[in-house]
Design a protein around this ligand. Structure first.
Ligand code: ADP
Ligand code: MG
Length: 447
């Protein structure tokens, strides 16, 4: 696949989270990568009016290019008739389109290395790894299911990248179920003679690995399901690996033929669930590192505490914060800036309990500085306040000890456990401590 497409795809995935869906659909979706001139990616637009996009969205485009880590530094938008004045970087580009039909291109960023493993996905990860190491033998098919934005597509591409790295001749086809449906419909439309489906068959049955993303899309599409059933049997019989993803367990796929449901479940079925706070922090740290973002630990904690729905949104929030702070010249240490950047994503009118807000309340209550309690100082008042904050964080929002330790300047979890247990014990016998706990709780609850 040609480089322009890979670059543009990764820039687009950054842009998608930086601008509104309406603007994205209107202005960016229809731009087609054409070639690279020096450091500039040349895009072809359907109309002249699209040219203003590069000015109007200059900041966002710049930030997206940076975030994607690609080698280009800018874009230029041209129209169809201006194409002639640009040389096509790779003369085989046009021809390779047909090849592209049978062998897919995978997102180079979606690898096993860049995938953070936690409770929510460790089984899926292990299964994927095993399939990648021994395609067609261990778990066939592999069926991965889970909610949107939790890493299904990432893990599928990771398998493909891994297989491809170890076997350059592997024919790996990745399609969304939607593409499969469209291909099937086209194959019927275009072939009116006995040749019916020949092309379609060639495409789907000549592969070593078939990956089909989001199979829930097949619901209710009876004749496509039939085609998939035969494709499946054919591949399976020749020990070709099949990998499927869906937003739900196969048995919950409505309007899917029973025989397909049972095929889908005949190998290994694994799920991916929502990540815990520790995994969310680890993911943010990894993404920030990969994108060379300069972002404070504080901002990372805040994002991880407040964006809990899925990883795509977590990543979007990270981009927004970095982008907002760099544009407005504010530091990511400044939580007000972070909150402002995320004002559309989290409800800041209702007070959120977080490690920060609880620590702030404790500091206000004892009259100590936050820098002191997250730092190394050891006087009695500060140690007491620190232990209280640790106890309340663990008790009120259930943050694991390891994560609390990170928040309190990298203390290890036994220190944190000691602090928590000390206050827990004291709260049973010491009336003063009991009263303090109640006071701070009510401060926090009133906000
Ligand atoms: P899905 O296909 O389940 O909707 P994606 O695979 O598209 O989700 O993931 C959404 C985004 O979240 C992608 O950018 C992906 O790289 C990222 N992501 C998901 N899970 C992880 C993980 N465990 N570690 C790192 N990044 C992840
Ligand atoms: Mg997906």
């Amino acid at each position: 696949m040609n480089e322009c497409k890979v670059i543009w795809r990764s820039v687009l995935s950054q842009l998608e989270v930086m601008i509104s869906t309406i603007s994205y659909d209107l202005w960016f979706k229809d731009l087609k990568p054409y070639t690279i001139e020096g450091d500039t990616l040349i895009l072809v637009a359907p109309l002249n009016s699209f040219k203003k996009v590069s000015v109007q969205y200059a900041d966002q485009i710049e930030a997206a290019i940076k975030a994607s880590g690609s080698k280009i530094t800018g874009i230029e938008i041209i129209t169809e008739d201006e194409k002639d004045s640009f040389a096509v970087a790779d003369a085989s580009d046009e021809k390779s389109l047909t090849e592209e039909e049978t062998v897919s291109v995978f997102n180079p960023d979606y690898t096993f290395d860049s995938f953070v493993v936690g409770d929510s996905n460790e089984i899926a990860f292990a299964a994927a790894k095993s399939v990648a190491e021994h395609p067609g033998s261990n778990h066939n098919p592999l069926f991965i299911y889970g909610g949107v934005g939790l890493g299904k597509t990432h893990i599928m591409h990771a398998i493909a990248n891994y297989i491809f790295e170890h076997n350059k001749n592997a024919r790996i086809l990745y399609v969304t179920a939607e593409q499969f449906v469209n291909d099937y419909i086209d194959s019927i439309k275009n072939n009116k003679d006995n040749d019916l489906n020949r092309q379609f068959r060639m495409k789907y049955r000549s592969v070593d690995v078939l990956m089909m993303d989001d199979v829930q899309f097949l619901s209710g599409k009876t004749s496509t399901q039939e085609a998939l059933f035969h494709t499946f049997n054919d591949l399976y019989q020749f020990r070709k690996q099949i990998i499927l993803t869906s937003d739900r367990h196969p048995r919950e796929l409505a309007s899917l033929e029973d025989r397909l449901k049972s095929r889908f479940q005949s190998g290994l079925t694994v799920d991916i669930t929502k990540p815990s706070i520790e995994t969310r922090i680890a993911i943010l740290q990894k993404k920030a590192y990969m994108k060379k973002y300069d972002i404070s630990q504080k901002a990372i904690f805040f994002i991880a505490e407040n964006i809990t729905s899925n990883i795509r949104e977590l990543e979007g929030a990270l981009n927004k914060v970095v982008y907002f702070c760099s544009l407005s010249g504010r530091s990511t240490e400044d939580l007000d800036a972070v909150k402002e950047a995320l004002k559309d994503d989290i409800d800041i009118s209702t007070h959120v309990l977080s490690m920060d807000s609880i620590t702030d309340a404790v500091c206000a209550y004892y009259g100590v500085k936050k820098a002191d309690i997250v730092g190394k100082r050891k006087n009695k008042l500060i140690s007491n306040a620190r232990q209280m904050a640790i106890y309340l964080i663990n008790d009120m929002i259930g943050v694991p000890l390891l994560t609390i330790g990170q928040f309190f300047g990298g203390r290890d979890h036994t220190t944190i456990m000691y602090a928590r247990d000390k206050i827990t014990d004291a709260s049973k016998t010491d009336n003063l401590i009991k009263a303090q706990i109640n006071d701070i709780r009510s401060m926090l609850e009133k906000k």
